[in-house]
Write a protein that binds this ligand. Structure first.
Ligand SMILES: *Cc1c(COP(=O)(O)O)cnc(C)c1O
Length: 468
């Protein structure tokens, strides 16, 4: 077992025990090995295609899988389902302004809806968008609008063993080089994510955000934040960056957002709700354009694809999300899982990030070539072992280069164990760790997968595989 003195920044158990108790429970079903063998074969060895009724502990994603609080459920009863001008929208708008500081808000059904509106409003064909590593849907919308994406994250982010405290930082040299090469006029905005999902939930520092702002100001380039996990990012700043230990998460969040011109948000993560998102901006013209487009793609500008009750639950979730005891318990739970894996020397991305453990499939299966999809293979093996569902974040997720048509081959070949918010217990984390160890003990016999069906867009969602 992990001992308390290995708890890193946590002084004692109480410092990260959940600041809530359980009021409603949902039964979990266990399955036999035979049932899982059949289920994963029918799912084409893609965990996205499993039925959730065949899953025991579901760590596919932390997106929309949070448990809502009693206050949020009470808020659901306060839904004002007026088509136009719902009072829940105005409450949500005021809450986003208060905690994120942006002037104009456009509600959307989820994060990618906001990405679509931003990309269509800001990007012209032939533009270039730099970002601190890509996110699947974000880059898709940028490319779909005619831009070329450029990864300008620091090199440490691509090294699963680097202990850099802010592996999400933007490399100012890489950003400057891109500006020199294509010209500032061809860069509508820098896409800055906090925390960086694909790098392993790694944070970006306040100092870096400030420096990126200064550089962009020099060239008249805007910055749009992917604020999906910016509250979790705020905890890392409070813990690791000088001068922030005594600042509240809300203060840190507000300062962080002040270095950007707007944000896209997947409310399904930080906001502790099951659906919803928004686009925010301080730019009146972009707001006008996005507010015109939202009625085409999402819904009227006072609901954007959400029901009134969803907006109420989101407003309450935002207030709850900046509670430091809550965020400490969330990140503490993930660190606990990391400690268990560490004692068996199982390779994963370090330092542990904000929302998940990312197993390093390259080092897990060094004998499986990247074209045999090691991270996809590990996700399938883990499911077979115990019914735990995880997700590939490697060559399958990276897709193909639109210019050459070849696989993009990312340095990171990861299997993500994503922890839903307020859902699972410490005992579940023990089970997860034991199952990963069982897969690790049997790693030598594993050969990898072949892709037998490949969708055109965001292939990781629906691709199918067969065992080698
Ligand atoms: C989930 C996610 C998105 C997309 O949001 P959806 O609500 O799933 O559409 C964008 N960026 C990041 C970093 C995410 O994790």
């Amino acid at each position: 077992m992990a001992t308390l003195h290995t708890m890193g920044q946590q002084q004692d158990r109480r410092s990260w025990a959940e600041p809530f108790k359980i009021k409603v429970v949902e039964p979990l079903r266990t399955t036999t090995h035979g049932e899982r063998e059949k289920a994963i074969r029918e799912a084409g060895y893609n965990t996205f295609l499993l039925h959730s009724s065949d899953v025991y502990i579901d760590l596919l994603t932390d997106s929309g899988t949070s448990a809502m609080s009693d206050r949020q459920w009470a808020g659901m009863m306060m839904g004002d389902e007026a088509y136009a001008g719902s009072s829940n929208f105005y409450r949500l708008e005021a809450t986003i302004r208060k905690f994120y500081g942006y002037k104009y808000i456009v509600p959307t059904h989820q994060g990618r809806g906001a990405e679509n509106l931003l990309s269509q409003s800001a990007i012209k064909p032939g533009d270039h968008v730099p970002g601190n590593m890509y996110f699947t849907t974000t880059r898709f919308h940028q490319e779909h609008a005619g831009a070329t994406f450029h990864d300008v994250i620091i090199d440490e982010a691509h090294d699963t063993t680097s202990l850099h405290p802010f592996k999400g930082d933007i490399d100012l040299g890489k950003l400057q080089a891109l500006i020199d090469r294509v010209g500032a006029k061809k860069i509508p905005y820098v896409c800055m994510a906090a925390t960086v999902n694909m790098a392993g939930g790694q944070p970006i520092s306040m100092g870096n955000a400030r420096a990126v702002r200064a550089l962009c100001d020099k060239h008249g380039i805007k910055i749009y934040l992917d604020a999906t996990r910016a509250v979790e990012n705020a905890l890392f700043i409070q813990e690791r960056e000088e001068g922030y230990a005594s600042r509240t998460l809300a203060e840190i969040l507000l300062e962080f957002c002040s270095y950007s011109d707007g944000a896209t948000m997947s409310g399904k993560k930080d906001h502790l709700v099951n659906i919803g998102g928004w686009l925010a901006t301080n730019d009146k013209d972009l707001f006008e354009e996005a507010r015109n487009l939202v009625v085409v793609y999402e819904g009227l500008h006072t609901y954007g694809g959400m029901a009134g009750r969803d907006m109420e639950a989101m407003a309450i979730g935002i207030e709850e999300s900046v509670n430091v005891d809550y965020i400490k318990s969330r990140v503490g739970q993930i660190r606990y899982l990391g400690e268990l894996l560490d004692q068996w020397k199982i390779p994963f991305v370090k330092p542990v990030g904000g929302h998940a453990i990312f197993l390093d499939a390259r080092r897990f299966y060094p004998h499986v070539p990247q074209d045999a999809f090691p991270a996809q293979t590990l996700a399938a093996e883990l499911y077979l072992d115990s019914g735990i569902r995880s997700m590939e974040r490697g060559i399958v997720s990276a897709g193909r280069d639109p210019a050459t048509g070849d696989h993009r081959r990312p340095k990171l070949e990861l299997t993500r164990l994503t922890i839903p918010r307020r859902v699972y217990t410490q005992a579940h984390m023990d089970v997860v760790a034991e199952s990963v160890k069982a897969c690790y003990d049997h790693r030598d016999g594993v050969k990898g997968l072949d892709m037998v069906y490949e969708p055109k867009y965001l292939r990781f969602f629906q691709a199918r595989f067969e065992r080698r």
